[in-house]
Design a protein around this ligand. Sequence first.
Ligand SMILES: *Cc1c(COP(=O)(O)O)cnc(C)c1O
Length: 401
Amino acid sequence: MISEKTDRIVYMDNNATTRVAPEVVEEMLPFFAEYYGNPSSMHTFGGQVGQKITEARQRIAALINASPEEIIFTSCGTESDSTAILSAVQSLSDKRHIVTTRVEHPAVKNLCESLYSISGHKHKVTQIPVDKYGMLDLEKYRDSLTDETAIVSVMWANNETGVIFPIKKMAAMARERGILFHTDAVQAVGKIPIDMTEVPVDFLSISGHKLHAPKGVGVLYVRKGTRFVPFLFGGHQEQGRRGGTENVASIIGMGRACELVAARMDDENTRVKALRDRLEEGLLQAVPRAILNGHKTERLPNTSNVSFEFVEGESILLHLDRFGVCASSGSACTSGSLEPSHVLRAMGVPFTAAHGSIRFSLSVYNTDQDVDYVLEHLPKIISDLRAMSPFWQETVTEKAE
Ligand SMILES: *Cc1c(COP(=O)(O)O)cnc(C)c1O
């Protein structure tokens, strides 16, 4: 039977959060008990901490080919998203329209949807639809841009399916009409090359814990010259653009993490991608009525979202958990509710498949043995679960008739 207790952990949930790299931990540790000064202090003891923050800012800027003054530290990806969108709404208060997509992370989706009520019903939000591969309709996007539009907010890569959007093209279309462009690049930064001198993007969000830095630190890139209204008012930190004493150790950790992901990007796009592909092809071959969700090629190298028809994703996860395999059904934020994920619904994935969707998201810490292990256990888990499912029995019987 499918129950087994194991000490082994096979972590394939890196789009939810990542392991903090040991090199990152090492670089952070002195900044708790030893170099605990406030970077804003006048004394040398604090000032040396300020220098390490400057270095972190440079390392992060280098990863996306930005300049250090364009990097603002925040507390998370969610704060970066809120800051960008609310800044645009406040600095362009005569423009009352926002363009986004149906498949954004809740950090953007829920903010855009709430703006309507926050602003006393003055704001209109257009959510661009996607096709069955999760790709955006660019015609509809172009048509949605108006003179009333303050900002466009479109994610660079989707956290559930890994689908990558044509951000360069979309940002150029917004720029042409004088509209600000924000991208939630939390899943893209560190996995695919990003060069801010090549894309006309005004705001870009990054989160530390999605790229092997700790939780609770993020970055908002703001292009030089872009009008900006802070989200947190307070001291002069971040040149008055974000009040609050810096999360020093985490910021330093994020700087180191950005250096590491830059050095490992080739590995991510060759070895990790090959692991992902072998896992995906293995599952699609071994399990009948398994379907890939998302675009086959326009996709992050680490993400695979597969539906196993007529099985509950939650049950699959519970059984995988017994083998120490960590994955996700839909997005972490949507599990716990019975609704299938808004991303799969927007793609028109049928109910019977959306309920049985599992997201595997790998990292440079995964190995060939990890993939073998999942391929060894998962097909059996699915067939055992289906053997207990009346819907599956009906389907099989219909087929046989
Ligand atoms: C994780 C994630 C966020 C939120 O980042 P936090 O640092 O957890 O607030 C935003 N957008 C996307 C696409 C994400 O995957």
